[in-house]
Ligand binder design. Structure first.
Ligand SMILES: Nc1ncnc2c1ncn2[C@@H]1O[C@H](COP(=O)(O)OP(=O)(O)OP(=O)(O)O)[C@@H](O)[C@H]1O
Ligand SMILES: [Mg+2]
Length: 256
């Protein structure tokens, strides 16, 4: 198993101010798998992501990668966030090269790999453009190329398409799925969008808030050869409805 999340607990603050954000979150990601974590706002998804990234440490429990506990950030995990996290003063190519420069690869290797990964995300022609000269979807593809270029063992995506409009989001979902198929990468997608999780991931974990915990895990075995049809297919819609009801049942009732 590549990534193991075992009994993760996280609280912030002390005493009366203590906020229990995660309770006993456990799941595994095998090499080559596409896993999604779905939950409403505040259910602790980004906290899980930050713990995997090594940006924060758990109150108890362990995250391990290839059998070794994670103790801090590292280039074995590639991150893509909702907000475009490109350096605005660097071109697309320079952004992709950035992580590899930290890895002290040779000039030539960096140049070749930058060209290759821009090609992979379909942006070979945009190499010299600045982020502000790219659409939101293109910027996220650069962010994915940058993450992949550092050869991470796992790609961690936290609401990567959350800021995109619906048409672009749908085409980015197809793009990400085909990228995963083509490259055999291991991906953990964090999203509040149930449809997105079901379209892309083979394994979906549903989180509920207060405290954040996994309430349901489903293996999703759908024919993804034509994603546009899949979105409208009976098995897909039935599964989405069943899980949406599960999610709705977990929401605190709004005052009327
Ligand atoms: N550094 C922190 N200090 C205190 N509380 C925090 C901290 N980080 C997160 N929290 C709390 O943890 C809870 C879960 O936050 P988190 O960002 O993980 O949720 P999320 O599922 O990613 O939500 P969203 O869908 O809105 O991104 C929230 O109640 C938040 O206030
Ligand atoms: Mg979040």
């Amino acid at each position: 198993m590549l990534l193991q999340i075992a009994n993760l607990c996280k609280s912030f603050g002390y005493g009366a101010q203590r906020n229990e954000v995660l309770r006993n979150v456990s799941f595994d990601v095998h090499a080559g798998e596409f896993v999604a974590l779905v939950g409403s706002s505040g259910s602790g998804k980004s906290t899980v992501m930050r713990l995997i990234a090594g940006l924060d440490s758990p109150s108890s429990g362990v995250v391990s990668l290839d059998g070794r506990p994670i103790t801090g950030p590292g280039s074995d995990r590639g991150m893509v966030f909702q907000k475009y996290s490109l350096y605005p003063w660097l071109t697309a190519a320079q952004n992709v090269a950035f992580g590899m420069e930290l890895q002290r690869r040779s000039r030539q290797e960096i140049r070749e790999r930058t060209a290759y990964f821009l090609e992979v995300v379909g942006l070979a022609d945009a190499a010299r453009r600045l982020p502000r000269e790219l659409s939101g979807g293109m910027q996220q593809r650069v962010a994915i190329a940058r993450a992949l270029a550092a050869e991470p063992k796992v790609l961690l995506l936290d609401e990567p398409f959350g800021a995109l409009d619906i048409q672009i989001r749908e085409s980015m979902q197809e793009f990400l799925y085909h990228l995963w198929q083509r490259t055999g990468l291991t991906a953990l997608l964090i999203t509040h969008d149930l449809e997105e999780a079901l379209l892309l991931a083979g394994q979906v974990h549903i989180m509920a808030p207060s405290p954040g915990r996994i309430v349901r895990s489903v293996a999703v075995d759908l024919d993804r050869s034509a994603m546009a049809q899949l979105r409208l297919s009976r098995p897909f819609l039935d599964l989405r409805e069943e899980l949406a009801q599960c999610l709705r049942g977990l929401e605190p009732a709004l005052p009327t």
